[in-house]
Design a protein around this ligand. Structure first.
Ligand code: MOS
Length: 751
């Protein structure tokens, strides 16, 4: 390896950080060109773990059962703000079956630091104590024995009230450029739109969960997380241990959607209780706890004012967002779409992070950008209406080739192609016909929205590949497959590069043990970060293999090639199974390791797309049904169209629910969420799924390392709600001032 350190800018969900990265110059494999003839990349492949998943043999964290394992139960604050007056730890400890209790006074046993629990809860559902016991019944009995008494303190859960009282989690942000106010005043046409967006819960099917087990000072933790390496590092820091003392196992994850970025409270508390008792401890959120304390996309109040010339060219954008942050968290880039989607010199952008007595908001699939797009792209449609211009045409007229904030060009951008393809697939040209009175009495409309998001990935990300004498390869990655099919993507890329059949490549992930680092599965960064590392590692193995084949066949390695498990010479004289070479390895193996190089300087890497929704509104019942949704996204090269389409379907469904049904409702009097259960918090079911039509430009981003793929985890959720709301407005001529478009809200709007 030719090692070098380079300094590079790393992006994660719109946040940039300058980092040192270890680069191996031998990793310099050229990106497959767009017309490369690839055997496997770009062809649909079923998930390598599909059978294991479908047959129920996949072991999720919640399925882990160890001998002697204790179960933990959490006492949570019943009020939005309070002060613990008494907590009877002794009574809990005296409860039959209870083995350990931690409360607000407890410190971690190894470091005597980092209290996990508080005595002055700031939101309903905040953990106050945790009991570990032989059975879950005993643990719950221990929680009851704590006989919590607390004083109730005043709370604020309304974001506007918090702003009026100047309660912020940080300084309000001004990301303005130019003079939007003056530009707005001088504009020929102006519109203003205010829309409230709901607090939306991630609702992973597998709740936050951890199982911890110590062996001396070595900890093994099964954690339901998107970031097993962050979980490992957090546990190491909390317990003052070497990273290598900790092994995090994350074989299968039942969804995270942003809410599971590291160890989480669950792994820390389980590890502490396991330390105290010398027994493995399991802590799994029940559904209500998950919905109170698992996280959420914050509610926002947004106002957008737009100015344009009669020609449809934007002249001014003014956007404001109040974000109901809860107790903290990073402020999502809600106004990023307003700042970057279209060409405009004069942009006002003010974000107010309101501090409320709710859990700190955390990431949820395209955090900020999704809820910002949901409002901004509705405003764009209002402008189209005011200009009497086709909404897609208005978007085309304001298309940009360079990032409007930095002035840098995009590494690639196929947005215009996305518009064209989406319009064709959706039948955009029969848009007005759709509005004609229908035999079924429903009002129909078509609405579109544009998507922008990051998703370029970056270092660090590593992989190793080993080729055995039987001609089969093993890829070791640092990724946890949170349901996206990432491991299958790694299999495809490695098999392509190695020239082996898919089934001859096995992929190991979900384990920090090998210390082959992979990134948090978030920020749409996994595919663009991991696949190049996998390909680099495989390229080294391929090179060695061909050299050895040259020895065996007494021919120059450069005259040989390998595909589908056969080694052939260019002149056709040699055509041999790969095992004719690898078989001579005996017990030796061919090994290669690869790392992900930095993205090139001088570009902004974004993903783009367009979705078009067709809705049918029942004006009598207030029901909005999405009949068809067309999603066309530019994410560079598609590695596996099958799992890519799964990503789009999942994103679209979550966006659809944000538009139509999902909203965490908080009782203003008590500050307690009133629908923290799956029966009254409405996630979509199979009956809500529309026809989803998917396509991609599928052109590699040649400025990205060696595979040319961008991420697809988040892009599909970004424009869905706006497209649906725009279709609703098209169908009905009305635009509600808030999402979701519940039946009550629709009936009010149409009345
Ligand atoms: Mo992030 S919301 O974990 O992709």
């Amino acid at each position: 390896m030719t090692a070098r350190f380079v300094r590079t800018r790393k992006e994660m969900e719109g946040r940039y950080e300058d980092v040192w990265v270890l680069v191996d110059e031998e990793d310099d494999v050229e990106t497959w060109p767009h017309d490369a003839e690839l055997d496997l990349v770009g062809k649909p492949a079923p998930r390598l773990d599909g059978t294991v998943r479908a047959s129920g043999r996949a072991q999720f964290t919640v399925d882990v059962r160890l001998p002697g394992m204790l179960t933990a139960a959490v006492l949570r604050s019943p009020v939005a703000h309070g002060n613990v007056r008494s907590l009877d730890i002794d009574a809990a400890l005296a409860t039959p079956g209870v083995r350990a209790v931690i409360g607000p006074e407890s410190v971690l046993s190894l470091t005597r630091s980092t209290p996990l629990l508080v005595a002055e809860p700031q939101y309903a559902g905040q953990p106050l104590a945790v009991v570990a016991a032989d059975t879950s019944e005993a643990a719950l009995a221990g929680v009851r024995a704590l006989a919590l008494e607390l004083d109730v303190l005043p709370h604020v859960v309304d974001a506007r009230e918090a702003v009026n009282e100047h309660r912020f989690t940080g300084d309000p942000a001004d990301d303005s450029r130019g003079d939007a106010e003056a530009a707005l005043a001088a504009s020929e046409v102006t519109i203003e739109l205010s829309v409230d967006t709901p607090a939306q819960l991630q609702v992973p099917l597998e709740p936050h969960a951890a199982v911890a087990s110590w062996d001396g000072d070595s900890l093994t933790a099964w954690v339901s997380t998107q970031g097993m390496f962050s979980a490992r590092d957090e546990l190491a820091a909390a317990f003052g241990l070497r990273k290598d003392d900790i092994r995090v196992l994350t074989a299968f994850v039942g969804g995270g959607f942003g809410a599971k970025q590291g160890a989480g409270f669950e792994a820390l508390a389980a590890a502490e209780l396991a330390r105290m008792t010398g027994r493995p401890v399991r802590l799994v959120n029940d559904r209500h706890a998950e919905m109170l304390d698992g996280g959420r996309r914050a509610a926002t109040h947004q106002t957008v004012r737009l100015g344009a010339g009669r020609d449809g060219i934007l002249t001014a954008i003014e956007a404001e967002a109040v974000v109901a942050m809860g107790q903290g968290g990073w402020v999502f880039p809600v106004l990023n779409p307003a700042r970057t989607l279209y060409r405009c010199a004069d942009v006002g952008a003010l974000t107010f992070p309101a501090k409320t007595n709710l859990r700190a908001q955390n990431a949820f699939r395209a955090p900020g950008v999704m809820e910002g797009t949901a409002v901004f792209e509705q405003a764009i449609d209002e402008l189209a209406l005011a200009l009497d211009l086709d909404p897609l045409e208005l978007r085309r007229r304001n298309h940009v080739d360079v990032d409007q904030v930095s002035g840098l060009p995009y590494s690639s951008k196929q947005l215009l192609a996305c518009y064209d393809r989406a319009a064709e697939l959706a039948g955009w040209d029969r848009r007005e016909e759709l509005r004609a009175p229908q035999a079924d009495g429903l009002l129909r409309g078509l609405g579109c929205a544009t998507q922008i998001w990051w998703g370029g990935g970056g270092p660090p990300s590593h992989a190793t590949v080993r080729l055995d004498s039987d001609g089969h390869a093993v890829v070791v990655t640092g990724i946890q497959d949170i349901g996206t099919g990432t491991l299958t993507g790694a299999q495809i890329v490695a098999a392509e590069e190695l020239g082996l059949p898919l089934r001859h490549v096995r992929v190991v992930g979900g384990d920090t043990g090998p210390n082959v680092y992979g990134p948090v599965a978030g920020g749409s960064q996994t595919t663009p970060s991991v696949m190049p590392a996998v390909r680099s590692a495989a390229a080294k193995v391929r090179k060695t293999l061909l050299q050895l084949a040259g020895d065996v066949f007494e021919i120059a390695a450069s005259d040989l090639e390998i595909s589908n498990g056969r080694i052939r010479s260019h002149d056709g004289a040699i055509d041999a199974d790969v095992t004719e070479v690898t078989g001579k390895l005996g017990s030796a193996t061919i090994d290669g390791s690869g790392s992900r190089g930095p993205n090139p300087d001088g570009f902004v890497v974004n993903t783009f797309g367009c979705q078009i929704a067709q809705v049918a509104v029942d004006p009598g019942l207030g029901e909005v049904r999405v009949e068809r949704l067309v999603a066309v996204h530019d994410v560079g090269r598609i590695v596996n169209p099958l799992t890519a389409s799964s990503q789009i379907e999942g994103g679209v469904l979550q966006g659809l629910a944000f538009a139509l049904t999902e909203e965490l409702v908080i009782d203003p009097t008590t500050g307690v969420p009133v629908n923290g259960h799956l029966d009254d918090y409405k996630v979509p079911s199979i009956a809500d799924v529309p026809e989803i039509v998917i396509d991609y430009p599928n052109l590699p981003d040649v400025n990205l390392p060696n595979v040319g793929s961008k991420g697809l985890g988040e892009p599909p959720i970004v424009p869905t709600a706006a497209a649906i709301a725009n279709a609703f407005a098209h169908a009905t001529g009305r635009r509600p001032a808030a999402l979701p478009l519940t039946r009550a809200r629709v009936l009010e709007t149409l009345a």
